[in-house]
Ligand binder design. Structure first.
Ligand SMILES: Cc1ncc(COP(=O)(O)O)c(C=O)c1O
Length: 427
């Protein structure tokens, strides 16, 4: 039986495969993946393998610690303390207590638990089209899931702000921020009128599954202010955008000049190893310490911590945040330049190596072009460059490579993209 048939036989049918004709990858190195026939793909989509596939320093750190010891957090161990210290040093002052978990979903679920235990309330604000994880608690908080196929909408304690998308959102343009802020105000009023306390505002400062959205200027800063005034907790989901990807800053929320109460991390944190965390203030950690132990069998084990430390060191030693800024700026300029030749590229947006290309099929109405996006992603794959599609209308091409992506890689991506666009629109 071939691998696809076997996969269908033994794995859940709820798991999806990328591309019309799935690829069978057998090796990764840096920003490249190789399939079973030895074909090379430039990886412009795997944001988890943040510092590159099979980075030798990460492999070495995992191997060395695996040979030495792997236990849970109920014993004293330098690795976890050293790593927690290094991680908090990367965050603004005040965010200095770590909880270690094994996935972004687990971190976000823990954030919900902390916010609910402190506020004694479930009332939560989220942004439309957001995705915060696959646990039941997070499907509730993820319009991306609960409003799509198989979903049954939000529970009554989840309040959704319209997607703050200045390009195609319900409010548009340079001055739309105030309209989205007013939506937050409205929600806070509704919660108050019910006689309830606001628990939390869950947000990605740059939205991934929402379609690589850059929030309008001032929206997050003012929203955090309103939430704090209402006694709520601001939770920044950095699972996709943390660790230098945005180039200008180490964390995505810093691009919006805000200070969250809780930050949740994952994906890139372990470069593929299941390592994630929640970082918060001493005050919040103390309030949450109500006698119920936080125990996690795998979270914070020394192997994970050795890997996490190696990832932080590689980002610093190889100056990868700076690389994300320089190569990201170069790439976005080249992609924007394509707009003059291809009018159906509605918008190119992004920050560092977190970019989105919005495909439309009408320049007046900005009607989303799902088919174009899907075909282009498949054709790019055939050409040897991996990108993906997302957004509420499935029309945004996503570029989020390992942040070792270089100028030559950017040129290759743009060259192939132009050829694919020519074929799609003009052949
Ligand atoms: C923003 C965001 N938060 C949370 C998650 C969930 O992380 P995980 O898949 O590690 O559970 C994801 C996953 O895609 C995500 O994009």
């Amino acid at each position: 039986m071939n691998i696809l048939t076997l996969r269908k036989k033994f794995l859940s049918p709820s798991l999806s495969l990328s591309y019309d004709k799935p690829i069978h990858i057998t090796r990764g190195e840096g920003q490249y993946l190789y399939d079973v026939d030895g074909k090379r793909y430039l990886d412009a989509v795997n944001n988890i393998q943040h510092v590159g596939h099979c980075h030798p320093k990460i492999v070495e750190a995992a191997h060395e610690q695996n040979e030495l010891l792997n236990v849970n957090t109920r014993y004293l161990d330098e690795k976890i303390i050293h790593y927690a210290q290094s991680l908090t040093e990367k965050l603004p002052d005040g965010l200095d207590v770590c909880f270690f978990t094994n996935s972004g979903s687990e971190s976000n679920d823990l954030a919900i638990r902390i916010a609910r235990s402190i506020s004694n309330s479930k009332e939560t604000i989220v942004l439309d089209s957001a995705y915060h994880g696959h646990l039941s608690s997070l499907i509730d908080l993820s319009p991306y899931k609960h409003n799509s196929k198989g979903g049954s909408g939000p529970p009554d304690f989840v309040h959704t702000v319209p997607l703050p998308d200045p390009f195609r959102g319900v409010y548009r343009g340079d001055n739309c921020s105030i309209d989205y802020i007013n939506e937050v105000k409205k929600i806070i009023k509704i919660i108050k009128n019910k006689g309830n306390q606001l628990s939390a505002f869950f947000v990605e400062a740059l939205m991934g599954c929402g379609g690589q959205i850059i929030l309008p200027d001032g929206f997050l800063k003012e929203s955090f202010k309103l939430v704090h005034e209402a006694g709520g907790i601001c939770i920044a989901d950095e699972v996709q955008i943390g660790f230098g990807r945005v180039g200008s800053n180490y964390w995505g929320f810093e691009t919006c000049d805000v200070l969250p109460d809780i930050v949740t991390l994952g994906k890139s944190m372990g470069n593929g190893h299941p390592l994630s965390a929640l970082v918060t203030t001493k005050e919040i950690a103390e309030k949450f310490n109500n006698g119920m132990e936080y125990f996690n069998s795998f979270g914070g084990n020394p192997v994970s911590c050795a890997i996490g430390q190696a990832v932080l060191d590689v980002i610093d030693n190889e100056e990868l945040q700076k690389n994300a800024r320089l190569v990201g700026d170069y790439l976005i300029k080249k992609l924007i330049a394509l707009q003059s030749d291809y009018e159906f590229i509605g918008e190119v947006r992004g920050w560092g190596l977190f970019l989105g290309i919005e495909m439309i099929n009408d320049v007046e109405s900005l009607k989303p072009d799902k088919n174009a996006a899907k075909t282009i992603a498949n054709e790019m794959k055939n050409s040897g460059v991996l990108i993906s599609v997302d957004g509420p209308d499935h029309n945004v091409l996503k570029i989020k490579p390992p942040i070792i992506f270089n100028y030559e890689n950017a040129d290759e991506l743009v060259f192939n993209f132009r050829s694919v666009l020519d074929k799609y629109y003009y052949a």
